[in-house]
Design a protein around this ligand. Structure first.
Ligand code: DON
Length: 302
């Protein structure tokens, strides 16, 4: 595995730094475009890594997977009365379907869907941002995970589009709490910093029928785990979910911080990170690295 990772690093080197670091959140644009890391975590806890795999980065939309899982633990199937499980085929921050579909977002990974899930968590936890951090610390085994407050504040300052989605959903009675409170907690979750190793470990239960080798417990039932993986496969990369299935062939979730988590059911969890993004807002070198990895090992689930 280590020589395969060296080969992949070599293959994708020319692409590292190609694309554009996200700048619609100003504090996020300060990250160095040239970074690149991969971590693979096997279901028995073996870690394989290369490059900047231990460097914490802004997890951004990867947080949406974990806030969905927190909400699933409390609400079970009730979640699906407030958010759908269909791909949107549109960018992550699009608002066009929301008006037509009476404020019910297509899925929990587009921003509108993640905001509804955050609203549900806001109703259950006195401090949903702290609950989320504690959850990620337990799942990754890294108790030093923190939020980058500068990034959270920068997101809040430039919140107009997310605020528009949340207020529109409130007008359709699909939002219970104060919009501004939920927005800030959502941004705090997106602004959590974790490394590829942390994320590969934290997501490993998705490759292991819901069982976390770190906590020694089931995080989700087997059926719920399949549901999350199905959502990752169909909506985890938004309007690029089709290309991701075609090129990589695994359930996955990207973030505009340049991270992508991918799941090889029954075997491994993977996290790649490289901050420069393609046109759809997904890590350009990260996509290429995952494509090369799954082709070399024949890991596509399709
Ligand atoms: O709300 C936002 O726009 C960001 N905090 C998260 C967006 C994101 O990561 C989309 N993923 N590729």
């Amino acid at each position: 595995m280590d020589s395969l990772l060296s080969q992949i690093l070599n293959d994708v080197k020319p692409l590292v730094g190609k694309g554009k670091v996200a700048d619609y959140i100003p504090a996020l644009s300060l990250v160095e475009a040239e970074k690149f890391g991969i971590a693979i975590c096997s279901n028995d806890g073996e870690i394989y890594k290369i490059g900047d795999a231990d460097l914490p980065f802004s997890i951004q939309s990867i947080s949406k997977v974990f806030s969905l899982i927190l909400a699933m633990e409390f609400y079970g199937d009730e979640i699906w009365t407030r958010v759908g499980h269909e791909p949107s085929g549109l960018p992550f921050n699009s608002l066009v379907q929301l008006e037509h579909e009476q404020g019910i977002p297509r899925n929990p990974f587009i921003n509108a869907g993640a905001l509804v899930v955050s609203d549900m968590n806001q109703s259950k936890f006195a401090a949903p941002d702290i609950a989320m951090r504690e959850f990620l610390k337990k799942l990754s085994g890294n108790y030093s995970i923190q939020v980058d407050k500068k990034i959270a504040d920068s997101e809040y300052e430039h919140r107009a589009r997310n605020a528009a989605a949340a207020y529109l959903m409130k007008s359709f009675n699909n939002f219970d709490n104060e919009v501004e409170d939920v927005l800030y907690n959502y941004f705090c979750n997106c602004a959590i910093k974790m490394s590829c190793v942390d994320l590969a470990k934290a997501a490993n239960f998705l490759a292991n029928k819901g069982f976390s080798f770190i906590t020694g417990k089931k995080v989700l039932t087997e059926n719920q785990t399949s549901q999350v993986n199905a959502l990752l496969a169909t909506s985890g990369l938004y309007d690029e979910a089709g290309s991701f299935a075609f090129r990589v062939g695994l359930p996955g979730k990207s973030g505009v911080g340049g991270g992508i988590v991918a799941i090889v059911p029954g075997q491994f969890s993977i996290c790649v990170w490289s901050p420069a993004l393609n046109e759809a807002g997904n890590s350009l070198a990260g996509m290429a690295a995952l494509e090369s990895l799954t082709k070399h090992i024949g890991w596509s689930v399709y």
